[in-house]
Design a protein around this ligand. Sequence first.
Ligand SMILES: Nc1ncnc2c1ncn2[C@@H]1O[C@H](COP(=O)(O)OP(=O)(O)OP(=O)(O)O)[C@@H](O)[C@H]1O
Ligand SMILES: [Mg+2]
Length: 411
Amino acid sequence: MSNSSDMQTLMNRYGIVGRNEALREALATAVLVAPTDLSVLIQGESGVGKEVIPRIIHDHSKRRSKTYIAINCGAIPEGTIDSELFGHEKGAFTSAISEHEGFFGSADGGTLFLDEVGELPLSTQARLLRVLETGEYMRVGSSTPRKTNVRIVAATNVDIPNAIKHGRFREDLYYRLSTININIPPLRKRQGDAVLLFKKFALDTAGRYNIPEPVRLTPEAETVVNSYKWPGNIRQLRNVTEQLSILSESRNITPEVLAKLGITPNSDTDTSIATIAGNNNSSTQHDYEQEIKILAHAVFELRSEVQELKEKLQHSSNWPKDSANTTMPVPISSQKSAATTHHTYHSLPNLDIATAEEIVDDDTLNIGDMEKRNILLALQRNHYKRKLAAEELGISERTLYRKIKAYGIDE
Ligand SMILES: Nc1ncnc2c1ncn2[C@@H]1O[C@H](COP(=O)(O)OP(=O)(O)OP(=O)(O)O)[C@@H](O)[C@H]1O
Ligand SMILES: [Mg+2]
């Protein structure tokens, strides 16, 4: 990257905000290595912004006019991952009624982004190592090697050296993937960037939902946002900003408003949340206040959904036109269809709990809605860290990925 205006142009093009030097170095490295065919491994905590890097690499490489495929390795079931990646022959297994090319075949000449690479099963890791070393792979059910010319960029938020120690990741593959390492720093190490990002997300949300005035932080609230640890990083900050943009009556966000969402100076909420989730060690004190907050979230969720269903029914049938339990406003009801995936997990401070029983008794809520809501709440409670959310829900991370996809949840 020859100068800072080139860097600014790059950041504008990809919607990246931040002054942090380590972030800018990471972006510069991506541009620098783009023209080579070297494998790149992007590492960083959940929500730090890893996914834009492979796109930058592809767009700045000689492969830019060829295929770019991003694959979430954690989202593909173990039983089908080899066939998804490497293809299969007709009859390779019971349901293989026709041949399938696989991503390594279809991305020939282009770039393959293997996201969440730490989730790959060991047998798939062996196949991947082979294609990286020889440029050859075999379809499932075939012993004929095929050639492919694919540039691999991989990303992970898991500590790979630790996974190697526990026999979950091949050391040789790690070295092969990480010819170039790009580390994206956590938000807590990017002094000042959190406030810049808050401003960006407040503007974006106002634009998206036609909110006349974006929310803004008071100077005291800026200090809080800067010193909070942001365990879910930029994804968490984006979600918090969106919630405030839509739910806060005042456009001025004070430390008190932030505190209601658990955003307080020098703290993260990991400990208390983990305690409620039951996956923390027992020495941590049980946090009833936090638990009540979480239950209140759930009740609000139920109320919103019931209200929504009633509105739908009123439009379509002879449903009585009363609004007995609508004391709680649902601020975005008119934009709900566009906002569902982002905003079904609002918290409101003053809940009228008296109606909770009615809601829980309401059998119009279907299991799918409830499951989706539980997933959203678990993600929110765990700062959008899918691993922790999956643990809390008692399902595997892979199942959680699939459900996130199936319900169209946009974290
Ligand atoms: N510097 C930034 N400026 C603007 N938006 C950003 C920045 N970094 C990340 N984001 C946004 O934050 C969100 C989370 O980023 P991303 O999905 O890349 O996280 P990730 O590192 O892949 O996390 P995970 O490991 O959990 O998948 C995305 O919506 C992304 O656009
Ligand atoms: Mg990601």
